[in-house]
Design a binder for this molecule. Structure first.
Ligand code: C5P
Length: 225
């Protein structure tokens, strides 16, 4: 079993609350995720800020475009010095290969089926077959094309881990501390995700909205130890 690491999603409105949060979490052994909402507003300064606090950064911009555009975006992300970046595996093998071919690039993590989907909304979006089938087909194609990690729900994590072995990282958002009814549909607790073999669990709101985010993060770290 790999050691499971905690990655905090910096899904805050601006750099000021980002700094406040980083200040609170200072010293905890966590990674940070900068996603499209903060990056759209603050840009590379958001990444720099997390780096200033010593955190490794997952730049989760979920690239999905023609191969040449994605290749250039990956090359630019590499200049930011981030640890990893994401791209949608449904962008196709050619796109993923173009991204994987970038020299000195960050780790490339492939998004399979977003954790906000359940079976019904997945079918309504026009996808055929089950979510699990889609996750495995996309992951197979992604690994063949050179990704270093697979982003999936914790429910699929154990099977993905078993299928690809220790050479491919498993990253699971959709982590909830208890029962909730928000936009994460295929969620599990930190402990369950760790037991399923996740290398990284990605958590946003359960920490961001906690009264004491540092305490919440520390409790999660203990749970996944
Ligand atoms: O607040 P919450 O814990 O739901 O945050 C989860 C984070 O992980 C969000 O930033 C979301 O964009 C991201 N994510 C996800 N599902 C994926 C990939 C990334 O929820 N498949």
């Amino acid at each position: 079993m790999p050691k499971t690491r905690l990655m905090i999603a910096l899904d805050v409105p601006d750099l000021k609350p980002a700094r406040l949060l980083l200040e609170k979490l200072k010293g905890l052994p966590v990674f940070y995720k900068v996603g499209s909402s903060l990056f759209t507003l603050a840009g590379p300064a958001a990444v720099d800020l997390a780096h200033q606090y010593g955190g490794k950064v997952f730049l989760d911009l979920k690239f999905h475009d023609i191969p040449n555009t994605v290749k250039n975006a990956v090359a630019n992300a590499a200049k930011l010095g981030v640890y990893s970046i994401s791209l949608h595996l449904c962008g196709g093998a050619e796109m993923v290969r173009a991204a994987a071919g970038v020299k000195k690039r960050p780790e490339l993590w492939g998004i399979t089926a977003l954790t906000g989907f359940d079976a019904e909304s997945f079918a309504r979006a026009g996808f055929k077959g089950s979510i699990e089938e889609a996750v495995f087909n996309l992951a197979d194609a992604g690994v063949r094309s050179g990704v270093n990690g697979i982003v999936c729900s914790p429910r699929e994590a154990a099977a993905v881990r078993e299928r690809f072995g220790p050479g491919i990282k498993v990253i699971t958002p959709g982590i909830r501390l208890g029962k909730t009814s928000d936009d994460q549909k295929r969620s599990m607790t930190p402990k369950e995700a760790a037991r399923a073999g996740a290398d990284f669990i990605v958590i946003g709101r359960p920490v961001l909205k906690a009264k004491d985010p540092a305490r919440a993060a520390a409790a999660i770290l203990k749970e996944i130890e």
